[in-house]
Design a protein around this ligand. Structure first.
Ligand SMILES: [Zn+2]
Length: 345
């Protein structure tokens, strides 16, 4: 059994789908759409896929694919192969027709030293309609050696005529342990931060929605520090809810956490809903995936302090409050009904 795309963490479903297709020679697709949020590994995937197509050990029965060691793998993975070309909008908001025209004239030049020529198009969903129509002409009659990998956040922004010519692969969110591993691989100082400031590291990983790129951004940003603060306030509120008679303190933590703005309240309440949900699922299955708590032991211990009926009531009350706050209801009244519905006061 081969390990597919060793440079790409997680995404097992996508790897399982592609594995049989890579057994034959050539490229299984002339064009491929890869969809996923920013930082979800789309570009890493595209480069790994391009390397796998041209890897000297592609025909072998085991070992990683790409092997990462043959001459073509090394060139492609270092980004110096003349036959793997990255196309982007060069900091403009859209990818214009001039960029596509350059691509269209380049595509007719034979590959340099590979059998294939792979174009990785970043932000393909920012192509203007005019650019997409120009691209379509190439897509309809591509040279046999050409492969186009269209990276996008939202494939719905592509014209139907483009979409109908390329299968869509979706990047999957990483579980927290793999997000942490990806951050450690990509950020030189991450191991130091993880040991000296575990709360900051955890906040970045758990607030990233399974996107390693997003976690890296959060680790170093002001926004990341706010996420960390929010998480500690939510954790405090939830643990106070477990204390019988902790009403006044829990109320204080809730009001402080929600702050003075509607957005702040929605953020706090949504995050509290994730936390209460974790406590409820971990009661039923110790290995259930968690959304809020990075420390499973801590979540299990906290969950044991709640009778299950109380967790359900708290979850319903917090979810109702998220809805109400989002719909523009008065925040103070929303919080008061949360406290009384969850029998906190
Ligand atoms: Zn190789």
């Amino acid at each position: 059994m081969r390990t597919l795309f060793p440079g790409l963490l997680g995404n097992e479903k996508l790897k399982a789908e592609l594995s049989p297709l890579l057994a034959a020679e050539g490229s299984p697709f002339h064009a491929l759409i890869v969809e996923g949020p920013q930082g979800s590994g789309k570009y890493t995937f595209a480069v790994q896929f391009a390397a796998a197509l041209s890897c000297a050990r592609r025909g072998e029965a085991d070992g990683p694919l790409p092997c990462c060691e043959c001459a073509s793998c090394r060139k492609i993975l270092r980004g110096i192969s003349p036959d793997v070309i990255t196309v982007d909008s060069a900091d403009r908001a859209t990818l214009g027709v001039d960029t596509v025209r350059d691509l269209r004239s380049d595509v007719h030049i034979y590959p340099n030293d590979l059998d294939l020529k792979v174009y990785i198009i970043k932000g393909a969903d920012t192509m203007t309609a005019q650019a997409q129509n120009a691209f379509l002409l190439t897509l309809e009659e591509p040279p046999a050696y050409a492969v186009f990998i269209l990276l996008c956040r939202n494939s719905g922004a592509l014209l139907e005529t483009v979409r109908s010519r390329a299968p869509v692969l979706r990047m999957q969110p990483l579980p927290p342990d793999l997000t942490a591993e990806a951050v450690m691989r990509a950020v030189p100082g991450a191991a130091g931060i993880r040991s000296s400031d575990p709360a900051r590291f955890e906040a970045a990983v758990m607030s990233s929605a399974g996107s390693a790129g997003r976690a890296i951004e959060l680790l170093n940003s002001r926004e990341g520090r706010q996420a960390e603060e929010l998480r500690s306030e939510v954790a405090e509120f939830v643990s106070l809810c477990a204390v019988r008679g902790g009403g006044a303190e829990a109320m204080g933590a809730l009001v402080r956490g929600c702050g003075n703005t509607r957005d702040g309240a929605v953020r706090f309440l949504s995050s509290a809903a994730d936390a209460v949900r974790d406590l409820s699922v971990i009661k039923r299955a110790q290995d259930a995936p968690l959304l809020f708590y990075a420390d499973r032991g801590r979540a299990a211990e906290l969950s044991d302090r709640f009778p299950s009926g109380r967790l359900v009531a708290l979850y319903d009350a917090v979810s109702d409050a998220v809805d109400a706050a989002g719909r523009g209801m008065n925040i103070r009244l929303t919080l008061m009904s949360l406290l009384s519905d969850a029998r906190i006061i």
